[in-house]
Design a protein around this ligand. Structure first.
Ligand code: PMP
Length: 453
C-alpha cells in the first residue's frame, strides 16, 4: 500500500526537506547542518545510514526514561484513543492523576500543580505567581544560569543567550552563585564559598531593597552552566534569607528534576523546600511537551478567591498528562531513579575522576547521578577555560573538534562553551556507560592537543 504522504527515502532527502522549511532554534539557518535521525530506542539513536549513536545528551537533558519506553508509548496511544485534547478548566481523570503523582514526587508540601508546555512557561508563571503573591516586582537570579527563552525567562537567564534579548529586563537583578573552581569570592574552601556567596546575596538584597524583591530563582544545580553542585549550607542559607525578607524562593528543577541527580529532585539532596518549583523535561521525558509549577499552600491560597491571571490552551494536555503518569509510574516500578544514583556513584563518578587525571584538558569533574560535567581547560594550573567565554567561530575550534571526535566514535555529547556534559538517560546500563566513557576518553585526546603546559 502506498502511504498517503511523501516518505523521504534517504537522510539526504530528509535534510533537504528540513532545509526548505524548518527554522531552527539558536542557529544561523544557512550554517546549521542537522543530522537526519531515523529512529531511537533506549540509550541510542541512529541515522539513515544505520550509524548508531549512544545518546550522552538525553536530547537536551530530557529523555530521563530513555527513547521510546514501551509503557509510555502505550499510554499515549491509549489516551489518544480516549480523549486527545480538552481545555483547562475541566476535570479530566488523567490530568488529576498526573498532578497527584507530581505533587507526591516533589519535596515537602508543594501540593498544587499548574501545568505548562515546557520549562520557560513554567518559569514565566512561577515569577508571575511570586509577584502577585508578594505585591513586589524584582526577581533575583544567578549569572551562571539558564531559565528559558521566553520574555521573563530569558531575562532571568544569566548566560550570554540573554544578551540579544536583554532590553526588557527591568526588575531582574543578577548575582553570583557559588562555584568554587572559579570562585567570584576568592574562596578556597567549600565553607568559604557558601558563606561568601550568601553574604554577597545579603548585601545585594540590602542595596536593592528587600521590600521590592518578589523572588529569588535558582537552578538547584545550575545545569547548562556546568553542573555547579552547591556547597553544603548554601541552599539552606538562601531559604533562610528568603524567609527573613518575605521573598518567594523558586527552585528551577526543569533540568535537574525527575531522577536526573539520583533523587526525585535535586533539592532532596539538601532537604530544601522552595515555595515554587518549576519542572519539565524528565516529568515525561518530553514524549509530549509538558512542564509546570509545583505550588506551596501559602501561594495557592493567594489565588483561592482571587483568580490567577494566567493560562494556556494546552495546560494539562491529556496526551502529555498520560505520558507523565506512565513515566512516573514506570520510574517507580523499574527503580530508574535508584539506577541513576548507583550508576553515578559506582561507575560515572569514579571513571570520570580517573579520566581527569590522565587528560591535561580536564580541569574539574562535577556531578551526581547521571548529571555530570567536565570543565575543560587550556592549563590546569591557571584554570583558563579551553575556549574563551561565549567563544564563537575559530575561537571555539577545540570544542568543535572534540564534539566531532565524539561523534566519529558513535557518542553524542552535550557540549556547552568549555564544558562537556555526561548526561545519559537515567535508564542507562553500566555497559552502555562504559562504552560511552571509552569513546569520551579517546575524544578528549583531541582537546588535550589544545592545552599548554
Ligand atoms: N530551566 C532550566 C533549568 C532549563 O535547563 C531549561 C531548558 N534547558 C529551561 C528552564 C527551559 O525549558 P524549555 O526549553 O522547556 O522552555
Amino acid at each position: 500500500m502506498t502511504p498517503p504522504y511523501a516518505v523521504p527515502e534517504t537522510g539526504a532527502a530528509v535534510k533537504a526537506a528540513d532545509r526548505a522549511h524548518v527554522f531552527h532554534s539558536w542557529s544561523a539557518q544557512a550554517v546549521i547542518d542537522p543530522l537526519a535521525v531515523a529512529g531511537a530506542e533506549g540509550s541510542y539513536f541512529w541515522d539513515y545510514d544505520g550509524k548508531r549513536y549512544l545518546d550522552f545528551s538525553s536530547q537536551l537533558v530530557n529523555t530521563n526514561i530513555g527513547h521510546q519506553h514501551p509503557k509510555v508509548v502505550a499510554a499515549i496511544q491509549e489516551q489518544a484513543g480516549k480523549l486527545c485534547t480538552f481545555a483547562p478548566g475541566f476535570a479530566i481523570d488523567v490530568r488529576s492523576e498526573a498532578a497527584r503523582l507530581v505533587a507526591r514526587a516533589t519535596p515537602g508540601d508543594l501540593d498544587k500543580i499548574f501545568f505548562t508546555n515546557g520549562g520557560a512557561e513554567a518559569v514565566e508563571n512561577a515569577v508571575r505567581m511570586a509577584r502577585l503573591h508578594t505585591g513586589r516586582h524584582k526577581v533575583l537570579s544567578a549569572y551562571r544560569s539558564y531559565h528559558g527563552a521566553t520574555a521573563a525567562a530569558i531575562n532571568l537567564t544569566g548566560d550570554p543567550r540573554r544578551w540579544p534579548s536583554d532590553t526588557a529586563s527591568a526588575g531582574v537583578v543578577h548575582f553570583w552563585g557559588p562555584y568554587l573552581y572559579r570562585s567570584a569570592f576568592h574562596a578556597e574552601t567549600e565553607e568559604q564559598e557558601a558563606e561568601r556567596a550568601l553574604a554577597h546575596l545579603e548585601q545585594l538584597i540590602a542595596f536593592e531593597g528587600p521590600q521590592s524583591i518578589a523572588a529569588i530563582i535558582l537552578e538547584t544545580i545550575p545545569g547548562t552552566a556546568g553542573i555547579l553542585i552547591p556547597p553544603a549550607g548554601y541552599l539552606a542559607g538562601v531559604r533562610e534569607i528568603c524567609d527573613r525578607h518575605g521573598i518567594v524562593f523558586i527552585l528551577d528543577e526543569v533540568m535537574a528534576g525527575f531522577g536526573r541527580t539520583g533523587k526525585w529532585f535535586a533539592a532532596d539532596h539538601w532537604e530544601v523546600i522552595p515555595d515554587l518549583l518549576t519542572f519539565a523535561k524528565g516529568v515525561n521525558s518530553g514524549y509530549v511537551p509538558l512542564g509546570g509549577v509545583a505550588i506551596s499552600p501559602a501561594i495557592a491560597e493567594t489565588f483561592a478567591t482571587r483568580p490567577y491571571p494566567g493560562g494556556l490552551t494546552y495546560s494539562g494536555h491529556p496526551l502529555a498528562c498520560a505520558s507523565a503518569v506512565a513515566t512516573i509510574n514506570a520510574m517507580r516500578e523499574e527503580g530508574i531513579v535508584e539506577n541513576a544514583a548507583t550508576i553515578g556513584d559506582t561507575v560515572i563518578g569514579p571513571a570520570l575522576r580517573e579520566i581527569a587525571e590522565r587528560h591535561k584538558c580536564v580541569g574539574e569533574v562535577r556531578g551526581l547521578g547521571v548529571f555530570w560535567a567536565l570543565d575543560l581547560v587550556k592549563d590546569k594550573a591557571t584554570r583558563e577555560p579551553l575556549v574563551p567565554y561565549n567563544a564563537a567561530g575559530a575561537a571555539n575550534t577545540p570544542m568543535a573538534e572534540f564534539a566531532a571526535a565524539c561523534k566519529a566514535e558513535g557518542l553524542w555529547p552535550f557540549v556547552n562553551m568549555n564544558r562537556t556534559h555526561v548526561v545519559p538517560p537515567c535508564t542507562v546500563s553500566e555497559a552502555e556507560v562504559k562504552e560511552g566513557l571509552a569513546a569520551l576518553d579517546e575524544a578528549l585526546s583531541v582537546a588535550d592537543a589544545h592545552t599548554v603546559g
